[in-house]
Design a protein around this ligand. Structure first.
Ligand code: NAD
Length: 430
């Protein structure tokens, strides 16, 4: 099949590379000319394990190409996936102007039947808007269908997730669209959930909101543990063994971030309000998440007293391991907040340094973890990259001015760290 991907970011590129890997002809479009130039040279503009080699392989096999204009994809491809960004507006609603622009461009170039699939995360009823917008420009409804196929990949394991999905959601309005999407996804042998468009849209927002709420729940429980001397890891273990609860997303820490959870939770909340549905639980999940960063800073102050002129070593800038994505990363917010208190920051991340350098000012970026901790008054572990868990902490201790360790991800063993001589502070670990 000929597939057009519009928006070649984290989701679009992985989707395009994986469909090419499955043998389809894929054209990835992006209006960022620099990005497309890089991609044409076989270079990935983002860090995602396995992506660059998959891109190179499929370019070599002539199954994957790149363009800057949507009209080329509309002319050449039977299926068009909209994978553009849907960032939050100031009021928390999703900004759908990118989706609208793409819909208009598709409509203007529509000559033969095309299936237009929203893969970007969008609020319920966006599919109806896309349909209405295209119809206004291109009156013939027989020339197109709109479908919803939300994406559940996780950055850091995106290729594996795409090729081995828990489920594939197909939101369709007729048998024609369903048939095409069933055929496209058949090689993955996935659980298909075929539903109407609006339900598909809600599935994505409700799933992300639920997961984010689960994280806020365990973070609130962690504060109760801190207040009483209990250990959140044992509490989470005891809770998670109940199959009705499950162990995942019960890791207490400095809160959720990334391009999905904060914005999807806000967008779902705003959409519910707009529909007249009170959903304050989502509001509280957001509030707990914001407070969690302040809670971490408070812990630092309670332990090292004044922040002014202290040197803090930050390990981890990306919002989670195995990605270079720093969008809404708790580490970035916490660093900014600490800088207001005149803290000197030294920082290192295995993959996110280039992006972080564009966002942060007055940070001393270091070449590795050991250089970062030199003469630091405390170490803040903000992202649980494997390489940080495997560091030689005896050496780290020797390099620091004061051996104080704030484990923002509960990634280290408190007893081991204390034995080495650190003052160890986790989240909810008594
Ligand atoms: N990143 C994730 O882990 C993830 C997972 C599931 C769903 N999503 C959703 O997928 C969507 C995309 O997310 P992302 O992380 O890939 O974003 P991204 O910012 O990495 O990529 C979006 C791309 O779209 C391009 N674009 C914008 N307008 C365009 C236009 N008119 N024509 C061509 N290209 C255009 C941008 O230049 C950018 O490269 C969002 O709705 C997001 O919520 C993201």
């Amino acid at each position: 099949m000929k597939i057009g991907i519009i928006g070649s970011g984290y989701v679009g590129l992985v989707t395009g590379a994986c469909f090419a890997h499955l043998g389809h002809q894929v054209l990835c479009v992006d209006n960022d000319v620099k990005k497309i130039e890089m991609l044409k040279r076989g270079k990935s503009p983002i860090y995602e394990p396995g992506l660059e080699s998959m891109l190179k392989e499929n370019i070599r096999r002539k199954r994957l190409s790149f363009a800057t204009k949507v009209d080329r994809a509309t002319r050449q491809c039977e299926i068009l996936f909209i994978c553009v960004n849907t960032p939050p507006k100031m009021n928390g609603e999703a900004d759908l102007s990118f989706v609208e622009n793409v819909s208009r461009e598709i409509a203007r170039n529509l000559k033969d039947y095309r299936l237009i699939v929203e893969k970007s995360t969008v609020p319920v009823q966006t599919g109806e808007w896309i349909h209405k917008t295209i119809k206004q420009i291109q009156a013939s409804e027989s020339l197109f269908d709109v479908a919803s196929n939300p994406e559940f990949l996780r950055e850091g394991s995106a290729i594996h997730d795409f090729l081995n999905p828990d489920r594939v959601i197909l939101g369709v309005s007729n048998a024609r669209a369903e048939k095409i999407l069933r055929k496209l996804y058949a090689p993955l042998k996935a659980n298909l959930v075929v539903t109407d468009l609006k339900s598909a849209e809600i599935i994505k927002h409700a799933s992300n909101s639920f997961l984010a709420t689960k994280i806020s729940f365990i973070n609130a429980v962690a504060r109760v543990c801190d207040a009483t001397g209990a250990d959140i890891n044992n509490v989470a273990l005891g809770m998670g063994l109940d199959p009705r609860i499950g162990p995942s997303f019960l890791n207490a820490g400095i809160g959720f971030g990334g391009f999905c959870f904060p914005k999807d939770l806000s967008a779902f909340l705003r959409m519910s309000e707009r529909l007249g549905v009170r959903f304050d639980m989502l509001k509280e999940a957001l509030t707990i998440n914001d407070e969690q960063k302040k809670y971490f800073i408070q812990k630092i102050e309670n332990t090292i007293w004044n922040l002014t002129d202290k040197t803090l070593a930050v390990l981890g800038l990306s919002f989670k391991p195995n990605t270079d994505d720093i969008r809404y990363a708790p580490a970035i917010d916490i660093i900014r907040e600490l800088q207001h208190e005149k803290v000197k920051i030294r920082a290192y991340d295995p993959e996110a340094m280039t992006r972080a350098k564009q966002e942060l000012r007055d940070v001393k970026f270091c070449r590795n973890a050991y250089e970062t901790v030199r003469n630091a008054d405390a170490l803040l572990l903000m992202t649980e990259w494997d390489e940080f868990v495997d560091l030689d902490y005896k050496r780290i201790k020797k390099l620091m001015r004061h051996p104080v360790l704030f484990d923002g991800r509960n990634a280290l063993n408190p007893a081991e760290m204390r034995k080495i001589g650190f003052k160890y502070c986790g989240i909810g670990r008594g």
